[in-house]
Design a binder for this molecule. Structure first.
Ligand code: SAH
Ligand code: SF4
Length: 409
C-alpha cells in the first residue's frame, strides 16, 4: 500500500433543484435507462412514431441533454408533449469528491433515501484522453453475504432501477462538463463528450440478481445510438448466479468476471455462501458455456477474481487446486489483496505470500495480475464524507488502483 497522499476536494452538491426534480419525477415517466425498444413502445403509446426513440436516445446519451426543449430535431408539439409527460432525471448526487490523481467519487441518494457510491478511476492522469473506468453499483446492499465483503454485511435494501444504474454513468460523463464547484444543474451541453471509456459492474450489489435493469443499462452502454462502448470494455462481475450466467450468455456479449475466491467447495461455501446453491462444478460449467458454447468463434476469456485472505485461501496448495479447477478455461486471474473494514474477521495476505501464489499460477500458464492496493487515501477521505456510506463502501478502495493497472477490463 503506498503512502501517496492524494489531495481531495469535497464538493457539497446543491440540493434545491434536485428536490424539485424528484417531485416532477413522481408525476412523469423517467426516460433515462429505457432501452431503444422500451422507448419505441413509449412513443407508440403516446401516438408518436417509434423512430423518435433513436433521436431522443442520441440527445440524452450523446449530447447529455435532459431538457426536451433543447431537442431541436423534434417538433415543437412533441417537445411540449414530452415536457408535460416525461423527464430525464439521473439519481441525486449528495456528495462529490474529486482527487488530484483524477479519481472521482459520487455518493447518490436514490429514491427512498438509500445511499449508493460510484467511483471513476483514470488509468493515467498524465494522459488526458486515457482510459477512465467507472465502477457502477447495481443494488443497495447485497443479499449474498460473502464473509469478506462489507456490502454483504450491510444486507440487502433494494434493487436499483435502470435509471439509477445508467444514471451513474450519465453523471460521471456530465461531471466533465461542469465547473468542479458546480452542480449538475450547470452542465455545459455544448462541451458534452463521453469521457468514461470502461464500465465495471463491481460496485455495491450482485448485478445478476437485478438482471433486467442491469442488462437494459448495459445494452445502452453498448448501443451505438447511446454510449457505444466496446463490449470488451463493459464488465459484469458475479459471485456465481449460475442460471443467470446462462441467460446472459444468450442475451448480451460483455466481459465477464467471476468472483471465485476459493478453489474447493468446502472453503467457497464459507466465503461465498451462494456456492451452497450453485457449487463449483455448476459454476465452472456456466463459465465454459459463456466462453465457448454461445459464440465459439469469438475468442473470449473470463476474469477470475480471487481475494487474498491471510491463512484462509492463500496457500500453495490452494493455488495448485485453483490451477486444476480452471484447467483449460480461457481465464485471466486477478488476485485482490483483502481490503479490511471494521469488524472484518480477516487479514490481508502478505506480499510474499501473494507473489508465491501468483508464481504458481503463472508457471501453470495463467495470466495473473495482482491488484496493488493504494486508494486508502481516498477511502479515508470518503470517511469524511458520510460515515455511514464510508463503512458501506470501503471495499471500493481495493480495486481502485487495480483497475488503473489492469489491461483486461
Ligand atoms: N457482487 C458482485 C460484484 C460486486 S463485488 C461480485 O461479487 O462479483 C466486486 C468485487 O469486489 C468482487 O470480486 C468481490 O469479491 C470483491 N470484494 C468484496 N469485498 C472485498 C474486500 N473486502 N476486499 C477485496 N475485495 C472485495
Ligand atoms: Fe454481494 Fe459481491 Fe459483496 Fe458477495 S462480494 S456480498 S456478491 S457485493
Amino acid at each position: 500500500m503506498s503512502n501517496v497522499q492524494t489531495p481531495v476536494q469535497h464538493v457539497p452538491a446543491k440540493t434545491t433543484k434536485s428536490i424539485k426534480l424528484v417531485d416532477e419525477a413522481q408525476a412523469k415517466t423517467n426516460l433515462l435507462g429505457m432501452t431503444q425498444a422500451q422507448l419505441a413502445e413509449y412513443f407508440k403509446g403516446i401516438g408518436e412514431k417509434p423512430f423518435r426513440s433513436t433521436q431522443v436516445i442520441k440527445w440524452i446519451y450523446q449530447q447529455g441533454v435532459t431538457d426536451f426543449e433543447q431537442m431541436t430535431n423534434l417538433s415543437k408539439s412533441l417537445r411540449d408533449k414530452l415536457s408535460a409527460n416525461a423527464c430525464v432525471i439521473p439519481p441525486k448526487v449528495i456528495h462529490r469528491q474529486y482527487s488530484d490523481d483524477g479519481t472521482r467519487k459520487w455518493v447518490f441518494e436514490v429514491t427512498g433515501g438509500s445511499l449508493v457510491e460510484t467511483v471513476l478511476i483514470p488509468a493515467d492522469d498524465s494522459k488526458l484522453n486515457g482510459r477512465k473506468t467507472l465502477c457502477i453499483s447495481s443494488q443497495v446492499g447485497c443479499a449474498l453475504d460473502c464473509s469478506f465483503c462489507s456490502t454483504g454485511k450491510q444486507g440487502f435494501e433494494r434493487d436499483l432501477t435502470a435509471a439509477e444504474i445508467l444514471g451513474q454513468l450519465w453523471v460521471a460523463n456530465a461531471s466533465y462538463m461542469t465547473n468542479e464547484n458546480d452542480s449538475l444543474d450547470n452542465v455545459d451541453h455544448s462541451l458534452w463528450e463521453n469521457n468514461v471509456t470502461n464500465v465495471v459492474m463491481m460496485g455495491m450489489g450482485e448485478p445478476l440478481l437485478n438482471y433486467r435493469p442491469v442488462v437494459s443499462s448495459m445494452e445502452l452502454m453498448l448501443s451505438d445510438h447511446a454510449y457505444g462502448l466496446s463490449k470488451r470494455r463493459v464488465t459484469l462481475s458475479t459471485s456465481g448466479v449460475v442460471p443467470k450466467m446462462y441467460e446472459l450468455a444468450q442475451e448480451l456479449d460483455v466481459a465477464l468476471a467471476i468472483s471465485l475466491h476459493a478453489p474447493n467447495d468446502e472453503l467457497r461455501n464459507e466465503l461465498v455462501p451462494i456456492n451452497k446453491k450453485y457449487p463449483l462444478e455448476q459454476l465452472m460449467a456456466a463459465a465454459r458455456n459463456y466462453v465457448f458454447e454461445v459464440n465459439p468463434r469469438h475468442k473470449k476469456h473470463v476474469t477470475i477474481e480471487y481475494v487474498m485472505l491471510d491463512g484462509v485461501n492463500d496457500s500453495n496448495e490452494h493455488a495448485e487446486q485453483l490451477v486444476a479447477l480452471l484447467g483449460d478455461l480461457p481465464s485471466k486471474i486477478n488476485l485482490i489483496p483483502f481490503n479490511p473494514f471494521p469488524h472484518a474477521n480477516y487479514d490481508k495476505s502478505s506480499n510474499n505470500r501473494i507473489h508465491a501464489f501468483s508464481n504458481i499460477l503463472s508457471e501453470a500458464g495463467f495470466v495473473c495480475t495482482i491488484r496493488q492496493t493504494r486508494g486508502d487515501d481516498i477511502d479515508a477521505a470518503c470517511g469524511q464524507l458520510v460515515g455511514q456510506v464510508a463503512d458501506r463502501t470501503r471495499r471500493s478502495a481495493a480495486w481502485q488502483q487495480s483497475i488503473k493497472d489492469r489491461e483486461d477490463i
